[in-house]
Design a protein. Structure first.
Length: 459
């Protein structure tokens, strides 16, 4: 049986409290054998290396492998809850490579309509790929209202009950920026509609500004602000080709058709989750928050576990995002903090919403972290952990648990998320001097990623 050990690292076992300043993690086959809280001498290391692969963890922090419970495009199946055409297998693998380099050992693809056969096509990738299901009639109806081009007969025939029986770990994502007037509309559908009508190209944050002026935060045509719409048209260089009413109608025609069905699917998904006692991942945003609160009150103490995704969503005002998260936590909902705007690149490409991340992180109401897709510019979970620890919003064990043990708990995964004997030997090793940097990733005791940058060691 192949044996390994990570030695002389700081170790986070995953209980949300403990940090072992220096310890060794012993591995047998693909499982954790044990954790020993002491420093090994050079002689002991040499002795160990005679019958184990040894990874020197000096200057590193060993966490349980990161579980990214909200990702898109990691499986060659219908993309997003709007069911755009699937990414190629090569593209899905490339996305998995990026997640691996960001320290992820388990990913949950929440596009919603992918099938196990499609996930199987990338199952040889080191990252463990799990599926969530949104195979619900009204979720399909919402997808058809905006896209739906990625749905085959097999996708349409599948049911959420069947998918849960075939291993899906949650319902989700229920709702999406594409079907509920969020990022997917800002970076995809509204720009497409404007280009079709005017030949002009707009950036995501320009589309967002026009959307908010035309429909308000809760997608209400009655919230149309003519003066603000005129100003935005001026600012983004469209005033010569669109008047405010034309802009309102164009935005409404892109955003509104899927909304009723998308929200109705929240109730359908809640019923399936209650019946199966499983997790359900809801798209949390200004247009959908009231529906999630209603579902949470209705489900009360049922065995279903409700996740309010990306609760730092930019359709809220910053204050609303924090207040809504507080109310959701009070109702026992799991509150997800998405890694939006944590890098210069994602801020440049998708707009700067860092204040949303900071406000929710500082509030203490979030208990999960994930990446979502962010128009393809998603930032890694280690950036979130690093920022929360640097800012003092969480201890390292607490921040780590939000992407390890807490996630395993809400998804009912009993074989990962902590460094305990018998659990999967999935580890993410971060640099102690820069927690945003991933040094090593082990999946099933095997080194699946190694950051060859100088200054880190451990072979
Ligand atoms: Zn979403």
């Amino acid at each position: 049986m192949d044996k390994a050990a990570v030695i002389n690292a700081a170790v986070i076992p995953g209980d949300g409290e403990t940090l072992l300043p220096v310890a060794a993690v012993y591995i047998r086959g693909d499982r954790i054998e044990g954790v020993e809280a002491r420093r090994l001498s050079r002689a002991e290391r040499e002795e160990l290396a005679r019958h184990r692969r040894v990874i020197d963890g000096e200057g590193l922090v060993a966490l349980p492998g990161l579980i990214n419970h909200h990702a898109h495009g990691a499986v060659p199946g219908p993309l997003f809850p709007s069911a755009e055409p699937p990414p190629s297998e090569a593209q899905a693998r490339e996305n998995l490579d990026r997640h691996l380099a960001q320290g992820v050992t388990t990913i949950v693809n929440v596009c919603g309509f992918c099938l196990p056969e499609e996930a199987a096509r990338v199952s040889d990738h080191p990252v463990r790929v799990l599926l969530a299901t949104a195979h619900l009639p009204r979720a399909v109806e919402a997808a058809d209202a905006v896209g739906g081009r990625g749905l085959s007969a097999a996708h349409r025939a599948a049911t959420a009950d069947e998918m849960l029986a075939r291993g899906a770990v949650a319902l989700g994502e229920i709702g999406a920026g594409h079907t509920l007037g969020g990022g997917g509309q800002d970076y995809l559908y509204i720009p497409q509609a404007i280009r079709a009508a005017t030949g002009r190209t707009v950036k995501p944050e320009q589309a967002r500004a026009l959307k908010l002026a035309a429909l308000g935060r809760r997608l209400d045509p009655a919230a149309f602000d003519r003066a603000a719409t005129a100003r935005v048209l001026e600012d983004i260089g469209l005033a010569d080709v669109l008047d405010p009413e034309q802009a309102r109608d164009l935005v409404a025609a892109s955003v509104l058709p899927p909304v009723r069905a998308a929200l109705a699917a929240f109730d359908d998904a809640a019923e399936v989750a209650r019946r199966h006692g499983t997790a359900v991942i809801f798209h949390n945003s200004a247009p959908s928050a009231a529906r999630i609160l209603a579902v949470a009150r209705r489900l009360g103490k049922s065995p279903a576990r409700i996740v309010a995704a990306h609760s730092n969503h930019d359709t809220f005002s910053v204050e609303d995002s924090v207040e809504t998260a507080r109310k959701l936590r009070e109702l026992g909902v799991w509150v997800d903090l998405a890694t939006f705007s944590l890098s210069e690149r994602s801020r440049e490409r998708m707009g700067n919403f860092l204040e949303y991340f900071d406000a929710l992180a500082a509030s203490g109401s979030a208990n999960l972290i994930s990446t979502d897709y962010n128009g393809g510019y998603w930032d890694g979970i280690p950036l979130a952990i690093d920022r929360m620890v640097r800012q003092g919003w969480a201890s390292l064990p607490q921040a780590a648990a939000m992407a390890t043990a807490n996630v395993a708990g809400v998804l009912g995964l009993t074989d990962r998320g902590r460094l305990l004997p018998g659990l999967l030997a999935d580890l993410t090793l971060l640099r102690a001097d820069d927690l945003s940097r991933v040094a090593h990733v082990l999946v099933g005791g095997r080194v699946a990623f190694c950051d060859d940058a100088p200054g880190h060691h451990g072979s």
